[in-house]
Design a protein around this ligand. Sequence first.
Ligand SMILES: NC(=O)c1ccc[n+]([C@@H]2O[C@H](COP(=O)([O-])OP(=O)(O)OC[C@H]3O[C@@H](n4cnc5c(N)ncnc54)[C@H](O)[C@@H]3O)[C@@H](O)[C@H]2O)c1
Length: 465
Amino acid sequence: MGAGKSTLGPELADRLGRPFVSVDALVEERAGKSVSEVFAERGEAAFRVLEEEIASEVLGRRALSVVELGGGALGSVWTRTALALNAFSVYLETTPEEAWDRVARVAGSERPLARDEAAFRALFGERAPLYDEVADGRARDLDGVVLVAAGVQIGSGVLDRLAELVPGAGAVGVVADVTVSDLYGEVVRAGLGDRLAGESQVPAGEVAKSIAEAERLWLGLRLERGATLLALGGGSTIDVAGFVAATYLRGIAWVPVPTTLVAQVDAAIGGKTAVDLPEAKNLVGAFHWPAETVIDTTLLETLPDEEWRNGLAEVVKTGLLVGEPLWELDTPPQVRRCAAIKAAICLRDPHEQRDREQLNLGHTFAHALEAASGYTVSHGRAVALGLLAALQLSGLDGEALAVSEILAPDPVAVDRDAAWAALRRDKKTRDGQIRLVLLDAPGNPRVTSDVEPDRVRAALDALIA
Ligand SMILES: NC(=O)c1ccc[n+]([C@@H]2O[C@H](COP(=O)([O-])OP(=O)(O)OC[C@H]3O[C@@H](n4cnc5c(N)ncnc54)[C@H](O)[C@@H]3O)[C@@H](O)[C@H]2O)c1
């Protein structure tokens, strides 16, 4: 009561593209009167019977929705069981002071159980253990709810708690970028304790994303079905290790621990995994949602400048998609906000049937440049260039100028025909038509096949030195 569910619930439903269902509102609809009137005329026991009946109906529905349960609904063992079986439950945390302040200020007289502060505090204390029992995650704000729902943990020093943060109790095999292993391998191994079941290393950078590296990892793994693979490194390590986890023994659980800005704001979220083929990037892969993603922004302290710039390109992409200057934020809030934005889009459309396509803003061009360079051009630099092409084709020249000032990407020296051939093999192509993500305005992306190939080619050529 007073945690802010009624405000946050509809916003969350909107973010996730799901209907919002308030059990209290349905009680009022069925009873034909307000909750206070039901309490006053029929008593709390009768209200709880009706609440339990409606909660059971709502939690038994197959359609995915965001459900708001009243503060006292967890008094019912049936409702607690239905939550355990059918729902992901987020405990929206608040202090008794904040909660009382909110109910007293906003709607004190409307709430039958919030008329006296001492009684309210006592009830708060009584209910807390029930919330603890059912909570799959805890959050204090909207981004926090999205992040726990997507299985993303962000904090500093989280590596020390890896044994606890990797779901389950089984063995954990580690796949680490060789450079990152030198820096953080020891902390990760110590954090996993008895659960550690061997470490394999992959070379630093994009070269790790090959079928040959995947095969080497498959052959070296000694894990059973119930085990988890932990990926330690940037987007390259995470993409290949995630792909190996998706395919080894027909799929085992995995946990990315991203160590670059690119990976913390983007690659480690949402379960897209892949390796490259010489013809085109990410051509072989799988959707395989991580069991948990563990992000510690202090790992970025050792990141070289060039990798910061690469990460900034994905931050700018995310900022353009939502119309917020995210590049101006300090690193911890920047990572959290970008991760929450990506997590919401991926929860809404995990298999990229619709909304998730927007995350490819600038990437059709970027992937073509990377493939044409034999994967020697970094992903971040290619994305920075790709954003310029997308903005120019969107008619947003002012934004293109601003982005080129923030990211200052130099054109790349690659073969123009090879880049064009790679672009035409982009995964989004349908019926031979190139599909691009453009912006009507910052915050308003759209996917289109309407740009003439000549204009696309000219925009691509403009990125090549
Ligand atoms: N799956 C997705 O949704 C997704 C999203 C975005 C990008 N990606 C992919 O991610 C890849 C790019 O990943 P990236 O930019 O993270 O680069 P990367 O993984 O290739 O790493 C870049 C370099 O940084 C080093 N490094 C990593 N962490 C470090 C640290 N903490 N300190 C010092 N050095 C460190 C690495 O050793 C490497 O040399 C691309 O292949 C791209 O396609 C995937």
